[in-house]
Ligand binder design. Structure first.
Ligand SMILES: NC(=O)c1ccc[n+]([C@@H]2O[C@H](COP(=O)([O-])OP(=O)(O)OC[C@H]3O[C@@H](n4cnc5c(N)ncnc54)[C@H](OP(=O)(O)O)[C@@H]3O)[C@@H](O)[C@H]2O)c1
Length: 215
């Protein structure tokens, strides 16, 4: 298959490349797409050295399958082009999770739904997907009614830039300097903060609400 990864230089995109290799996915050709600032850079991958491309319509003509991991806005903006060129979109963002025409798939649980796609297959939030793999067999066996979850999420949840910030803050903290805070509300170095994404009117954050069935 000819596969495009949209957001290939990101924390998730880099993991997707590793997964394709690990799963021995039948990759005939791999197109790596990132923002304009990355065009022309070369990424070393298990599939060889690949030159990064920008996000243009042409990519969906060339690829059979595009895995999107560059944020909700990009998924929403480029889904029509993927559809137009019959390029199957696997979306890692929150753009289509509550769209009734888009199957929301965790392969270990409901892979069969993916077969009825209409051009887009979505996957749930990272915490939800991982928790559901454990909860599903428990639910089948015992019938779960309510689950109370606490998650302790890494800086990586906010992407490569947030991981870089944590490294810088750790260096500053250990050398007695004041840490610079840009992507979080407080410094994350040797710290945990009860705040992921924006607070909602009910007092929960958006990330917490993504775990709820009715959200
Ligand atoms: N990190 C996680 O644990 C996690 C888990 C599940 C889902 N997600 C979702 O996955 C998505 C990406 O997350 P991430 O952590 O990988 O973020 P990230 O590290 O910030 O990477 C963002 C990627 O998107 C690319 N990008 C940005 N603007 C673009 C544009 N206009 N056109 C094309 N590519 C563009 C970036 O390219 P440049 O390098 O050129 O800027 C980079 O490859 C988000 O929707 C996030 O919610 C993340």
């Amino acid at each position: 298959m000819k596969i495009a990864i949209i957001g290939a230089t990101g924390a998730v995109g880099r993991e997707i490349i590793k997964c394709l290799d690990h799963l021995k996915f039948p990759v005939d050709q791999l197109f790596l797409v990132a923002s304009d600032r990355s065009i022309g850079q070369i990424l070393e991958t298990p599939f060889g050295k690949i030159t990064l491309e920008g996000l243009f319509e042409d990519i969906f003509k060339k690829a059979d399958l595009a895995i999107f991991s560059a944020g909700k806005e990009i998924s929403l903006a480029y889904a029509p082009l993927a559809k137009k060129h019959h390029c199957l979109m696997i979306d890692n963002s929150s753009a289509f999770r509550y769209d009734k025409d888009v199957p929301l798939v965790i392969p270990e649980i409901n892979a069969d739904l993916a077969m009825n796609h209409q051009g887009i297959i979505a996957n749930p939030n990272c915490t939800t997907a991982i928790a559901a793999v454990v909860l599903w067999p428990l639910h089948q066996t015992f019938g779960l009614k309510k689950v109370i979850i606490s998650t302790y999420q890494a800086a990586s949840g906010a992407g490569q830039k947030a991981m870089d910030e944590l490294i810088d803050q750790t260096k500053d903290y250990l050398s007695g300097q004041t840490e610079t805070v840009k992507y979080f509300q407080h410094s994350l170095a040797f710290n945990i903060i009860p705040h992921i994404d924006e607070f909602q009117s009910n007092g929960y954050t958006k990330e917490e609400m993504k775990n709820r069935k009715d959200y």
